[in-house]
Write a protein that binds this ligand. Structure first.
Ligand code: MGD
Ligand code: MGD
Ligand code: SF4
Ligand code: MO
Length: 694
């Protein structure tokens, strides 16, 4: 056995510190345990994180593959990269926007930074985005609009210090178990209060002091009703509002009558008052995909921020705290993102553009002028035949995106390069497959949801010919723009140094964080402008508030509730929602065991009773305007009548969902669409493609 090396769990953005151990003989990770020395999590872990890290399971990609004569066949790296480079060069010659790149919040900071450098600096395409737009973009946009900068103000230190915990459209008992245990402990202490806002009685809701169940897609109305009651009850922190905010009068002016807004959300006014009353204590409001994944995601997240501003719930033990999902979504936004340059530098700032072009040693004119239309609309460009080559890295759009049938057709329109560790649904559409290393096999850093940068280390060798993402990205980058990187294999520490230098002096300053410092301290929060600085609660310079807006004040908002993009009607009378289950991760690439395994829909017994003719031996078909999926049924009264709940962890689910996006954040409305149930009559879905023997 080798010594235990510190690393970080890459399964969710809680970012638990691990120690991992590999067997000497075959260099596999054999054991992982919580690292008691880790400053963020102190040794805590959850079962899913540990088991997925030790045994990633599923079908690993071990050799590059190339499509010949209609099937994917093994090839060597030189051939695969040669073909990739030729296709990219031909495409870019016509126009940089002839290439699309889809990245991920599951890459290390180093790989994400390198991918941004290649796509923006070597290709110059505007069609670049990461799957974080399917996930946290609405929260990011709301922070940006309200505070002038991305990322939540509070940190984990504030959880034990808060009295009221409002969990809005999130299910941390399942999705962020370690954080959930801190929330529960804090709420259980003294006079603490845990309030959950979710149409479904989730495990988090069942464990709460109060569960408030709005009509799906009415959260903005509910948040406005709460603010209206806060104002009417005279519970506004006028001193904070007066000194540190702007737009309060307009916000109040724009408020609906509390009773009307409560009725829209189908929540009794007394329950609205319970939330308003609880906010008088030090309160954290956490939120998740039930808020973000909506055409009103940004507006709702801002309404939640407004509640914190109005009640003076800013500062230690309080504030708005979005629950980031993927392990490194936060890092992806700092290192390379659709809207910003490294360090959250504004996309259209001429100085930022010059600094970035200089640092990358690429012509300024090559940097795209506009940040592109976002993940979902990029794929629409593929569907229209406007993009010749698409490269996906650590994302599975054929399954993870809304209206997946349309996405699969779009992916077939382009020459598709898939860089993945596992045989994902997207691999079936690939022209070239680049096999990547994954957890325990890659070196780098990741950034958790409280902005803490932590090391990710390799204890094991990747299987077969798989290579670390960073090396694959650099190899492609150097073929398009020679000298963009050192020759692979790269030193991730040097890439991190290049990236952190570019963040110096920005709002997301990582310049004081180095691999040496991480070896000593294990994890450090940004902003860290020097080797002994570490970020804490944001926007509080020496105790005084200074937000990153032009006025230095936080901004109130005025958005008003609008109907969901696809309301139920006579033809499609039920609302479909999709969410996380225990022990299963996102599109479920690693947990399908090769079986056809129909997903299980949770449906209220009353709804089942009303549609009995549609059930056949415990199965039914859920149909939307875009597709239909055969499902097993579990009668479940945690789900309200009129709603169908499906787990997201099956490639078929998104055949049903809707590609409408929030106009501000470009995040899709994944949480509500209209469906009906019909008697089973199966429509085939593409099975995983057999691969010629390796
Ligand atoms: N076990 C597990 N953990 C995970 C993941 C996983 O796949 N599996 N994925 C990770 C990732 S990438 C992410 S982004 C996070 C996501 O973490 P969460 O945001 O907690 O996850 P979800 O289950 O997608 O959605 C949260 C809740 O939104 C509710 N909801 C649906 N519609 C509405 C609505 O109209 N209003 C309100 N208020 N709520 C609504 C759902 O009922 C659900 O309980 O989880 C991370 N952790
Ligand atoms: N209906 C519905 N759809 C949803 C959601 C929902 O709530 N409802 N949630 C959305 C959210 S929040 C998210 S984050 C997205 C996620 O959407 P996707 O990104 O499409 O889904 P994942 O399953 O996370 O895909 C990650 C891919 O990365 C691969 N991978 C893992 N590790 C590595 C690695 O180290 N290197 C490389 N190269 N590849 C690796 C995995 O094998 C997998 O194929 O799904 C979105 N889709
Ligand atoms: S809570 Fe998240 S980061 Fe922590 S061990 Fe579980 S999956 Fe990993
Ligand atoms: Mo996510």
């Amino acid at each position: 056995m080798t010594e235990r090396r510190p690393t970080t769990c890459m399964r969710c953005a809680v970012g638990c510190g691990y120690r991992q151990e590999a067997a000497d003989d075959d260099r596999r990770v054999v054991d992982v345990s919580g690292d008691p020395a880790h400053p963020a999590t102190g040794g805590r872990t959850c079962q899913r994180g540990v088991s997925e890290t030790v045994d990633p399971g599923a079908d690993r990609l071990t050799r590059p593959l190339i499509r010949r004569g209609g099937s994917l066949r093994p090839t060597d790296w030189d051939t695969a990269l040669g073909v990739v480079a030729t296709r990219l060069i031909e495409a870019i010659r016509e126009s940089p926007d002839n290439v699309a790149v889809l990245g991920s919040g599951q890459q290390t900071n180093e790989a994400a930074y390198a991918l941004g450098k290649v796509t923006r600096g070597a290709f110059g395409t505007r069609y670049y985005d990461a799957n974080t737009t399917l996930c946290m973009a609405s929260a990011v946009m709301a922070y940006h609009q309200a505070f002038g900068s991305d990322g939540p103000p509070p940190t984990y230190d504030d959880v034990p210090a808060a009295d009221t915990h409002v969990v809005w459209g999130a299910n941390p008992a399942v999705a962020h178990p370690v954080l959930h245990s801190w929330i529960e402990n804090s709420a259980a202490a003294g006079d603490g209060d845990l309030i959950v806002v979710d149409p479904v009685e989730t495990r988090t809701a069942a464990a709460a002091d109060r569960h408030i169940a709005p009509e799906p897609g009415t959260d903005l109305a509910l948040a406005r009703a709460v603010l209206a009651r806060v104002v009417e009850r005279g519970a506004v922190d006028e001193r904070f509002v007066e000194r540190h905010t702007e737009g309060y009068a307009e916000a109040v002016e724009s408020l609906p009558a509390a009773a009307d807004a409560a009725a829209t959300a189908d929540v009794p006014l007394e329950r609205v008052d319970e939330i308003a009353g609880a906010l008088a204590a030090d309160s954290l409001i956490y939120w998740g995909m039930g808020v973000n994944q909506s055409i009103q995601g940004t507006g709702t997240a801002r309404a939640i921020i407004d509640l914190c501003l109005a009640t003076g719930n800013m500062g230690p033990g309080s504030g708005p705290f979005s629950l980031t999902g993927q392990a490194n979504s936060m890092g992806n936004r700092v290192c390379a993102s659709k809207r910003t340059w490294p360090g959250h530098r504004p996309f259209d700032d001429p100085d930022a553009r010059r600094d970035v072009a200089d640092a990358w040693d690429v012509p300024l004119g090559r940097l795209p002028d506009d940040p592109g239309p976002g993940f979902v609309r990029i794929v629409d460009e593929l569907a229209r035949g406007n993009v010749d080559v698409c490269w996906t890295v650590a994302t599975n759009p054929a399954a993870g995106m809304p209206d997946a049938g349309h996405v699969e057709r779009a992916l077939d329109e382009a020459f598709l390069i898939v860089q993945d560790a596992f045989r994902s649904d997207t691999v079936a559409h690939a022209d070239v497959v680049l096999p990547a290393a994954t957890w325990g096999e890659s070196e780098g850093t990741t950034t958790n949801m409280e902005r803490r940068v932590s090391r990710v280390t390799a204890a094991a060798d990747p299987p077969g010919k798989a290579r670390q993402d960073l090396d694959v990205i650099a190899a492609i980058g150097n073929r398009i723009h020679p000298g963009l990187f050192d020759d692979p294999p790269l030193d991730p520490g040097a890439v991190f140094d290049e990236m952190r230098a570019l963040t110096a002096g920005t709002t997301a300053d990582l310049s004081g964080i180095s691999y040496d410092r991480l070896a000593d301290e294990l994890a450090v929060r940004w902003p860290a402008p020097s080797a002994d600085a570490e970020g804490g609660y944001r926007y509080r310079d020496g105790g005084d508030w200074s937000f990153e807006t032009p006025s230095g004040r936080a901004r109130f908002s005025t958005a008003a509730h609008a109907e969901v993009p696809e309301p139920v009607d006579g033809e499609y009378p039920l609302t479909l929602t999709t969410g996380r289950a225990d022990g299963v991760y996102n599109t479920g690439v690693r947990t399908r065991d090769g079986a056809d395994g129909a997903p299980t829909a949770r449906i209220h017994p009353e709804t089942i009773a009303r549609h009995l003719e549609a059930f056949d031996r415990g199965e039914t078909v859920i149909a939307s305007r875009r597709g239909d999926v055969r499902v097993a049924v579990s009668a479940n009264d945690d789900v309200p009548p009129g709603m169908i709940w499906l787990p997201i962890h099956n490639g078929a689910i998104n055949e049903l969902t809707l590609s409408a996006v929030d106009p501000d954040s470009a995040e899709p409305n994944l949480k509500q669409c209209a469906v009906r149930i019909a008697a089973p009559e199966r429509r085939g879905r593409r099975d995983p493609e057999p691969v010629a023997s390796e």
